[in-house]
Ligand binder design. Sequence first.
Ligand code: 5GP
Length: 209
Amino acid sequence: MNEISRLGVLVVISSPSGTGKTTICKKLINSDKNLSLSISVTTRKKRDTEREGIDYFFKTKEDFMILKKEGQFIESALVFDNFYGTLKTQVINKLKKGIDVIIDIDWQGTRQINNFMKGNVVKIFLLPPSLKELSNRLSIRGSDSVKEIEFRMSKAVKEIEHFNEYDYVLINDNVEEVYSKINQILDVERLKLIHQNYLKNFVSKLTRK
Ligand code: 5GP
């Protein structure tokens, strides 16, 4: 641990499905070389636009349960009748190398990661500008059936009720603005002492008599 000059920042982003979280996460990753997106495992069916190992690792329920039994997840949860989980390998190794990691998960997973990391997590919640807008965005996406969209809308309100468990809550009415605010949050969080291991050496040199 001592030779690590910097411990990565772990950022969790949650929002109701369709709030634009995936777009924002991809934008952040593409513009920041030190930021890595954690790819989750899911038992959900792959959408036509999605790619294995890039959007998710798509698994059967049986394979998901094997990974869970093996203790490979930091967190896992049942979301919209499908299992989702965050692999330890997607997060821990990167943080130790000084890489900042962003995870797009629901409130249940956020609680588990918060416990696992003993609070060393930056928790960001994105709110839709309105429920009508959220419904429009889910319809435009066109990858889910009408039944699935109705189901996701009914779950959206429940997800929103957890907004006060987060450190930062942003309304996504403008992708560029939210993107810029998250970059500001990242800048500040990176300056925190816990992420600057090298300072211990620096200060000990400064104070050496
Ligand atoms: P979608 O099926 O639309 O990709 O995602 C549905 C919901 O599952 C989103 O709110 C997303 O944040 C959440 N989710 C995605 N991956 C994970 C994960 O690994 N763990 C948990 N707890 N939630 C996840």
